[in-house]
Design a protein around this ligand. Structure first.
Ligand code: PEP
Ligand code: MN
Length: 339
């Protein structure tokens, strides 16, 4: 950490800041310039709040150099993490994995159709919510356990893996026999109790970026899961809330290369929730692949016009098959293949 003192700072104030830093466990190196003094604090501590120094008399600016997380950072693990999902499928390597399916599991017929259609087009993972975090309590809330059973059955019938959202701690054990990947939804990215419990689980977790979360907050949330002992964490950019009204959310594609620079964890892109509109999904999926996404999660419904949730952003099965063709063309240009 670098602490720049004001030109007007007194020797006493500089000493006071130095004492504070030393008390926090840092070694302090002072550089005295012609006008200003700068204190460089070196140490292993990461659990500090720079505002505690910013408010001290005589301080002009404090700049944090080390990241506030350990396990998710590249310093801890310099190479890309490759996470095994099951059935010989991994994410984080050269193969880009496509997860697809409806927003919610609605019925046996709907899900089996969706599984058949996405598997035929080349998806590796079947998505579908059994527990749904809906903005309104009066809308469809999901089929619960029945939905989980259908997911497992439909996925197995088509050689797919299952991803489904876990909304609370009590659902973890219930979901365990049915899912291959636990999905943490955007609304739960900072449900730290849930994250801690998922740290004890021995199954991959795909954690979505919160609706108004910074990239650093997303990485700190992933740190909660990893610090519990579960290193199989996949991040997911799913769009953030901005002032733009043409789309449901703003898909922050720049988060993909930023995460790759800061972290070894794979990152997924969700262009369905990222845009909220069917015709924007394919272009943003292509852009995400080009930007380095390790996986894509896409909503596909056999009959989107009658979907119980997120119909407007769900692709028709033919559109999904077309998109997969496009992705297969783009992938080699960025050194990837489509799984
Ligand atoms: C979903 O995947 O259907 C979902 C609810 O996503 P998010 O948490 O990103 O809103
Ligand atoms: Mn959805």
């Amino acid at each position: 950490m670098i602490v720049a003192m004001l030109e007007t700072a007194s020797e006493e104030q500089i000493q006071n800041v130095t004492d504070h830093l030393m008390h926090m466990g840092f070694a302090v190196h002072r550089t005295t310039g012609a006008r200003q003094s700068v204190l460089a604090a070196v140490g292993k501590r990461i659990d500090f709040d720079i505002r505690d120094l910013e408010v001290l008399p005589g301080v002009e600016k404090v700049h944090r150099i080390s990241a506030p997380y350990k396990l998710v950072g590249r310093q801890f693990h310099p190479h890309d993490s490759v996470i095994k999902l099951g059935k010989g499928v991994s994410v984080g390597g050269p193969q880009v994995i496509v997860m697809a399916g409806p927003c919610s599991v609605e019925s046996r017929e709907q899900l089996f159709k969706a599984a058949e259609q996405v598997a035929r087009a080349g998806a590796k993972v079947l998505r579908g919510g059994a527990f749904k975090p809906r903005s309104s309590p009066y809308t469809f809330q999901g089929l619960g356990l029945e939905g989980l059973k259908l997911l497992r059955e439909a996925a197995d019938a088509h050689g797919l893996l299952v991803i489904s959202e876990v909304m609370e701690i009590s659902q973890i054990d219930l979901m365990m026999p049915y899912v291959d990947i636990f999905q943490v939804g955007a609304r739960n990215m900072q449900n730290f109790n849930l994250l801690r419990e998922l740290g004890k689980v021995r199954k991959p977790v795909l954690m979505k970026r919160g609706i108004a979360a910074t990239i650093e907050e997303m990485l700190l949330s992933a740190e909660y899961i990893m610090s519990g002992g579960n290193y199989d964490v996949i991040l997911c950019e799913r769009g953030i809330r901005t002032f733009e009204t043409y789309t449901r959310n703003t898909l922050d594609i720049s988060a993909i290369p930023i995460v790759h620079k800061l972290s070894h964890l794979p990152i997924t892109s969700d262009p369905s929730h990222g845009t909220g509109l069917r015709d924007k999904v394919a272009p943003m999926a292509c852009a995400s692949l080009a930007a380095g996404a390790d996986a894509l999660i896409i909503e596909v419904h056999p009959d989107p016009d009658h979907a119980l949730s997120d119909g407007a952003q769900s692709l028709y099965p033919e559109q999904f098959a077309e998109l997969m063709e496009k992705l297969r063309l783009i992938a080699p240009a960025v050194g990837r293949t489509i799984g």
